[in-house]
Design a binder for this molecule. Sequence first.
Ligand code: P53
Length: 476
Amino acid sequence: MSILNENFLWGGAVAAHQLEGGWDQGGKGISVADVMTVGAHGQPRKITDGVLMGENYPNHEAIDFYHRYQADIQLFAELGINCFRTSIAWTRIFPKGDESEPNEEGLQFYDDLFDECLKHGIQPVVTLSHFEMPYHLVTAYGGWRNRKMIDFFLHFAEVCFNRYQDKVTYWMTFNEINNQANYQEDFAPFTNSGVRYKAGENREELMYQAAHYELVASALAVKAGHQVNPKLKIGCMIAMVPIYPYSCDPEDMMAAVSAMQKRYWFTDVHVRGKYPPYLMKYLKRKNFKMDMTEADIRALTQGTVDYIGFSYYMSFAVKGGGKGPAFDYDESRDLVSNPYVKASDWGWQIDPLGLRYAMNWFAERYELPLFIVENGFGAIDEKLPDGTVDDQYRIDFLKAHIESMKEAVEYDGVDLMGYTPWGFIDLVSAGTGEMKKRYGFIYVDKNNAGQGTLARSKKKSFDWYQQVIKSNGEKL
Ligand code: P53
């Protein structure tokens, strides 16, 4: 008997733009990821006005999964995964985003990819929008600041549900929709919503507007998916970074409550189909003029999600003092480092118990099944002279997190569907565009400058994860 149920979904997670490459092949259009250059820790990726000569765009080739997926899936099968979380690149299906007819070559690519997975007993788990919306929708419509996006997304979603309903059961609408709560930086509003701020704009107000349209689009897509086929399970996808109070000072505690509200209200809307009172009060107090119609409010209630997909990498901490009764949270200002945990080379705080905390938080609040669709350790791997990689640090990280997740199931009774570690084959980092921030059990020979043979090889963690799956999580 194992702690995890026997149908547990053991997999690996990726996103189309971070591994496929083939950015201009098969009729694919330019996505927002295609106009982002390589960066580094502390050096943000540049967003350029279209694709410019002489810039390094790491997603253009990525790891060339587009041409190599058959051999890669062979390796995935050897690893033993029973599900593969990827996204459908919106620009393969609708190159510009506003066409009425989809691109058949793009649709065929995902038919072939999903068939190849299924042939090996691996079911695809699909995210519809993972930081890769058509760039044309940014230049022609301003991205999700525009209500028209709802129709474009819904059309894309319906085409996908109809086409792949017999191959894909588990879907998610918007990847880490709540990253844009950090509207102070340019990255998340662009990757989430295709929003580029103009000087003098109220960033926060715009973020709420874009997120509102996305939540309506998500609800309409969930409803449409269920109409296409009632057996489809459609979830949301939230970046879960629990925010702890820095101390037991009641001011710190209340600051943490308020910070959690500002980061996770998105889940309230996805799950409950309505805005939480604390947020309605906030929007009113800020005097934000939201375009939110009666029809929107109705749509939200009709497309609540079937499960909560979430990523977990780290936790944050916040201090309360001097915030006044509103305890308003500003992510770029209020975070403090946690003295009880270590951090990765990229400054991400390592906190396995935080995963159990997060699972409890979700489970108590929403009473829905949970799916951990990302977790992992981005690190610099060194190839040893014999060609292997001894990534014991990655094994240690994942082992501790899987232990914590099992405890949430065993002691806290959390309903958990599955676990898909992020970037289980090395790919392009979303945050920095680097190759050297690696997450994989499978090494890919390529560096930040884009050089390398792209050859695949197994790291030490490959064998480790294989036995984890084989024992249904008992042998760590
Ligand atoms: P990278 C920020 C915070 C937490 C998760 O991230 C994040 C981000 C955005 O960088 O993104 C998710 O590659 C995302 C993936 C991404 C992964 O986490 O920056 O869903 O696309 O690759 C890891 O190390």
